[in-house]
Design a protein around this ligand. Structure first.
Ligand code: UD1
Length: 339
């Protein structure tokens, strides 16, 4: 019998791609999502891609009473916790909303997992937990924080909460995945990243400049200590990232306690590298101007993902060309996202 994985907040960018990879590996998938930052249209698209019906509950993961129905009606083997707000700037404006939601979603899941004897949880963490002081390549054993914004703190706090819970509840297996910079989209071009309003992140911004929705990219700083002065990041294809979740579900099932993995390619590209690659792969021009640095940014951030390779058997397979092509393929076909 197939094992069922609950994707909490699973209708979003990373969750939707993970649903496909789980279904490809014969897991059953249940999604719980209140669509604060995702569209229900994603279910139709997932059904179109996979040929399977997607079981979903349109409820708030933080609402434990409502979520009880999901645990009651499904024999859940593992939970993947994608349910969090993720806009850095907004988290600075609305810290209470971020702490409240991002922690309560995880609390709700942990309580229900205990009540229904669900042993395995994978958590969406972020490279942001390494703070500003560590030198890349970033290794899991490095000291964490301080974070520069409430969003980052919620990731760090949730990591701690999950690790503490795994110490006390010896039935529990926790896997923390620290994502670097996910970009790209499913090869079908039917699902992808659909940011609310003006994108904060580089790749969706470039994609919207390419489509003519936005006029010009602002490159935040060209005087960093990097090969061309612009910020360097570890961009990872969302499908590679999705596959890491499938491996993490298998890994969690075989053990107890907690473990943490960087999920990045180990290669850093600058903002201008990304602009040039996007232009070349898609044969178009991205107008840009150099702008002041953005507060809270660091020069360079990339992963050492040796641990994920050794223990999860995971490695990024897609390259920069794939990431640029697939981002544009999604944007071109869905200029207004899912709307
Ligand atoms: C950002 C968040 C990080 C979060 C991640 C989620 C900040 C400071 N960090 O990471 O906490 O986990 O998103 O995806 O917001 N850039 C431009 N012009 C733009 C947008 C970005 O030049 O319009 C540059 C940035 O300065 C940076 C690089 O592009 O050097 C990547 O930026 P972004 O995509 O926002 O990701 P991070 O800042 O790495």
């Amino acid at each position: 019998m197939s094992k069922t994985v609950l994707l909490a907040g699973g209708a979003g960018y990373i969750g939707s791609h993970t649903a496909i990879e789980l279904l490809n590996k014969d897991f059953d998938v249940v999604i719980a999502d209140c669509h604060y930052n995702s569209s229900p249209i994603v279910y139709e698209r997932l059904e179109e891609i996979t040929g399977q019906k997607i079981k979903h509950y349109d409820i708030d993961v933080a609402d434990m009473q409502a979520m009880r129905q999901v645990f009651e009606e499904n024999k859940i083997e593992a939970v993947i916790d994608f349910a969090g707000y993720k806009a850095v700037g907004e988290s600075v404006q609305k810290p209470l909303m971020y702490y409240e939601n991002n922690l309560n979603t995880t609390f709700s899941l942990l309580h229900l997992m205990k009540e229904y004897n669900v042993a395995n949880i994978i958590f969406s963490s972020s490279a942001t937990v390494y703070g500003m002081e560590n030198q890349s390549p970033l290794v899991e054993s490095m000291r964490l924080g301080p974070c520069t914004n409430p969003y980052g703190w919620t990731k760090l706090m949730n990591e701690q909460i999950l690790m503490d819970e795994a110490k006390s509840n010896t039935n529990l297996s926790v896997v923390l995945l620290r994502y670097f910079n996910p970009i790209g989209a499913h090869a079908s071009g039917r699902i992808g990243e659909d940011p609310k309003g003006i994108p904060n992140n580089l790749m969706p911004y470039i994609a919207q400049v390419a489509s003519g929705k936005l006029q010009q990219l602002s490159v935040f700083g060209d005087d960093y200590d990097t090969h061309d002065g612009t910020g360097v990041r570890d961009y990872i294809h969302v499908v590679d990232l999705a596959k890491a979740h499938v491996l993490a579900v298998d890994y969690a099932a075989g053990r107890k306690g907690s473990d943490v993995f960087n999920i990045g390619t180990g290669v850093g590209y600058s903002v201008l590298d990304m602009v040039k690659a996007f232009e070349k792969v898609n044969s178009l021009t991205i107008p840009y101007k150099i702008a002041p640095r953005r507060a809270g940014d660091i020069a360079t951030c990339y992963a050492d993902s040796t641990k994920a390779k050794e223990l999860l058997g995971w490695e990024a397979e897609k390259n920069l060309e794939d990431m640029c092509r697939d981002t544009w393929n999604w944007q071109k076909g869905n200029p207004e996202g899912y709307r």
